[in-house]
Design a binder for this molecule. Structure first.
Ligand code: ZN
Length: 271
């Protein structure tokens, strides 16, 4: 897990949203057209900005974000299902820069009046949007299953946005068996995001064993093509037969490489 600062890139973030607001305004008609999130997400410069801000990793599972497999995640959901939305709005306002002076919950954005920003409508607010993976992992077999974790798996459920908690790395961690250690108040969120999906736990555990065996990250990358090297690594890390069989498969090895963030993580982990 990494902390995402919504401070360092705020100028660029706001500039993109303001440019979007200008573009959608029709002077002659005196109203906005398609002023909504679906239109905003077509702006690839926004997606790129979020990706850079997050050093290229999914906000939830720390997988490397692939260009064609990014989804944008609203921290305050696009539609709050709770009967009293104010309660949820107040809840989220304590995290990151989701304060009301920057972000305003609006179920729909009024079209006939030019918006004065900030605050930005929550569905298009830079402060409320982060980049997530598509939750594409394996369910035991050799075919990808979509939406198994992260953004799409969460739906509209109320979560703790870990990445907006300063020093999150001191509050939440990953054991060497790949499971997550965290305070009890985070546990529902882990469930809602499915961050202990067997494939995710497996990938983390393998990285822990790779680090323990003193294997370099570059060798793990090279072993994507170098089958002999891969066999050597697999026999060095001492795992059970069933897991060995999986890792001999290219698709599992390439998924492992997408989670390379955990190499650094386990190297620095004490105990
Ligand atoms: Zn993810």
């Amino acid at each position: 897990m990494q902390y995402i600062s919504k401070y360092n890139f705020k100028k660029k973030g706001h500039a993109i949203i303001r440019r979007f607001l200008r573009r959608q305004w029709d002077k002659e008609a005196g109203c906005y057209f398609n002023l909504n999130y679906n239109q905003l997400k077509r702006d690839k410069s926004f997606e790129r900005l979020l990706k850079n801000e997050q050093h290229g990793f999914c906000c939830y599972c720390m997988r490397r974000l692939r260009k064609d497999e990014i989804t944008l995640e609203h921290v305050i959901p696009q539609k709050i299902k709770n009967k009293v939305p104010e309660l949820d709005i107040k809840y989220y306002a304590q995290f990151g820069r989701l304060k009301r002076k920057y972000v305003k919950y609006m179920e729909s954005i009024p079209k006939d009046k030019r918006l004065k920003v900030p605050p930005y409508p929550h569905s298009i607010a830079y402060e409320n949007i982060v980049a997530s993976c598509t939750g594409k992992v394996y369910n035991e077999g050799e075919e990808y299953a979509l939406h198994q974790c992260c953004n799409n798996f969460r739906g509209n459920k109320k979560i703790v946005p870990f990445f907006f908690i300063p020093q999150i790395e001191t509050k939440m961690g990953y054991r060497r068996d790949g499971t997550i250690e965290c305070p009890e108040r985070f546990e529902n969120t882990i469930k809602y995001l499915n961050l202990e999906h067997p494939s995710l736990t497996f990938m983390r555990r393998i990285w822990a064993t790779v680090v323990k065996a003193g294997i370099a990250i570059t060798d793990v990358q090279k072993a994507q093509r170098d089958i002999q090297l891969r066999e050597d690594i697999i026999s060095d890390i001492g795992i059970v037969r069933d897991e060995r069989k999986k890792l001999k498969n290219d698709i599992y090895w390439s998924l492992l490489n997408e989670f390379y963030w955990f190499h650094g993580y386990y190297q620095n982990r004490k105990g």
